[in-house]
Structures are given as C-alpha cells and as structure tokens.
Design a protein around this ligand. Structure first.
Ligand code: 5GP
Ligand code: MN
Length: 322
C-alpha cells in the first residue's frame, strides 16, 4: 500500500467515525472549494452526521446556486463544537482567514487537497497532486464512504471540476475527469445551465472593469501581464471578487507561456494570479513570494506597491522563462 492510499484510508476512517464535522472554505472561495465542500457536507449529512460549512469570505453570487450554499455561515458564526475539521482544496492554514475562531472549537484537522504546494498542516494529510480538481478527490472520498451520489452532491462535484479545469481544457484533465463528469451528468447536472450561472451571469460592472484593465495589458515575448487598480474598481463599480478570471486575458495571447494579473484593491497589498501554458512551474514563483498553487495556476498576496509587485514578480517570471 502506498503512503498516499494509506492517507486516503485514514481520512475515510476518520470521517466515518466523526459525528460533528466543521468544513472550512478557503479565502476568496472558488468553484472547487465551494463545490467540493458542499458536496462533502451533503454526503456527511446523508450519513447522519452534523456538518457545518464556514466561509471566511462571502460566496460569490455566481456560485450561490450550488446546493447547500444558503446554509454556509460566515467566519465566527458557527455554534457549539465539532469533533473533526475538514479542509478541502486549502493549500495552507493561512488560507482560512477569519475562520480560526471556529476552528478553535473543532477537533483534529483532516487536510484533503490537490495542490502540490500543500503545507501538510493537518493531523491527517491526503494530497493528490495530479487530480484536476479537489472535486475529483472528493468524488473518490464520497464513494469510499459508501454514500450514493444524488443530484445535490453531483452538482457540487461538477461545479468543482468544471471550474478548476477551465471547462475541461487544462493539462490536468484526463479521461477519468471526463468519466466522472459523465456520471454527474447522468445524475441530472445540465452543463449549459451550470455554464450560464457560472460564466454568463456577469455584471455590467465586471465587464467594464475588464475593459479598463485591458488598457494595461502588456506582452513581452512569452510573458504577459495586466493590472487592476483602485480607480478601475471605483469607476467600474465592480467588486474585488470580480477580478476572478481576468488573468485569462493575458493567458489567452498566442505565444504566452507565463501570464500575470496584478490586482491592487487599495488595501496596501497586491493580489497576484499566475498562469502558465505548458512549461514554467508558476507555483515555484508563488511559493518563493509567500503564496502557493499548482504548476499551471498559482497566486500570492504581496504587501507592497503595484510598482514593487511588478518588479518582484516580473523579475522572477523572466528568470523562469530563460
Ligand atoms: P487564483 O489565481 O485563481 O487566485 O489562484 C490560482 C491557484 O493558486 C489556486 O489553486 C489557489 O489555490 C492558489 N493560490 C492563489 N493564491 C494563493 C495564496 O496566496 N497562497 C496559496 N498557498 N495558494 C494560492
Ligand atoms: Mn482546486
């Protein structure tokens, strides 16, 4: 038995024995965090366990349709205690933001993830770095717990997988990713409806933010980057979470290997999103700057000015491209 399958078995045993589970979303929760966590919370409830989901940041409106999202509470709003804490898709403990108070009333942490940069902060750590989404790992765990997939679980898992794979087009996607998705469609998931909710429900403000940010787009050979600044956010009226996905604009340019989005939301720090096409490990760049992620998608938050962030990240990216 490999150490990874032993980790997996220990997670299943611990979840099977748990009776009150606290599930924690990561900061700026994305489709994988929300979908995996809500699917697992539902599976645990099917098994007769109490399961509560806490979110350090609000769920973005385009993901509020995922079943169970209406039961998610904000940081500090859980009541009572939990014998187990479960983290899905959360690479490091600093990604749980203000949910630390809730965690103090919970038992040992079970850490389930697919980020190679995961810091193994749990009592049990189960990391599948080749999984295209934590949703794939969650699918396996739910099956191993003996829970029959139902339409609610299927929707959570599908949202997790379709969002983290960029709609099934990233390098991490395998035949198995598609087989899992096919099974979820068999349980009633309608991809067109999910696509409309997740990607085609944008606010006019977010499109105006994109237009403003595009005026800063620069391509320098295999490197491209773009900025979001406080005036852009103020003038467009877009919310900070609406910068999600903007890194896909520099990423989509022909010949670009490394794409960067710098997002200065006026709080004395710059959010950096990194993407690569096929060769550069952007998680190595992010980890060195205090963040983390995957080889093809990573990020970090830098407490510095936009100009300083440009300098730090672009210097590292140019070195990685040489
Ligand atoms: P995004 O650019 O979409 O915010 O994040 C891309 C990937 O990098 C995600 O898988 C996310 O989990 C990871 N990531 C982004 N920012 C951070 C960060 O500050 N710390 C860590 N550990 N991972 C991050
Ligand atoms: Mn993920």
């Amino acid at each position: 038995m490999t150490s990874r399958s032993r980790d997996r078995r220990r997670i299943v045993e611990r979840l099977g024995a748990a009776s009150r589970v606290l599930l924690v979303l990561h900061v700026r929760p994305d489709g994988d965090s929300i979908g995996s966590t809500l699917a697992m919370a539902r599976a645990l409830r099917v098994l007769g366990k109490a399961a509560e989901v806490v979110a350090p940041d609000p769920i973005p409106p385009n993901l509020a349709f995922v079943p169970g999202a209406d039961r998610v509470v904000g940081a500090g709003a859980t009541r009572g205690s939990f014998d187990t804490a479960l983290f899905l898709d959360c690479a490091s403990l600093d990604r749980i933001g203000g949910a630390t108070a809730d965690l103090e009333r919970a038992g040992p942490i079970l850490n389930v993830d697919h980020h190679s940069s995961n810091q193994r902060y749990g009592a049990v750590n189960y990391i599948e770095p080749h999984a295209a989404a934590c949703g794939e790992v969650t699918y396996d765990l739910i099956r191993a717990l003996g829970v029959a997939l139902d339409p609610e679980i299927a929707m959570g898992l599908y949202v997790a997988i379709v969002t983290d794979t960029g709609s099934f087009r990233y390098q991490s996607v395998t035949a198995r990713t598609h087989r899992i998705a096919a099974q979820l469609l068999g349980l009633g998931v309608r991809p067109a409806e999910v696509g409309r909710q997740v990607w085609d429900s944008r606010t006019l403000a977010s499109v105006r933010l994109e237009a403003a940010a595009l005026t800063t787009l620069v391509q320098e050979g295999e490197l491209a980057w773009m900025d979001v600044t406080p005036p852009m956010l103020a003038e467009s009226g877009a919310a900070a979470y609406e910068t999600e996905g903007l890194v896909n604009l520099p990423r989509s340019l022909e010949g670009v290997e490394v794409a960067v989005l710098f997002s200065d939301e006026g709080r004395g720090e710059v959010r950096v999103s990194l993407r690569s096409a096929r060769r550069v490990d952007v998680s190595a760049i992010a980890v060195r700057l205090g963040g983390g992620g995957h080889a093809r998608a990573a990020g970090c938050t830098l407490r510095m000015s936009l100009a300083q962030a440009h300098d730090a990240v672009l210097t590292a990216a140019r070195a990685a491209l040489r």
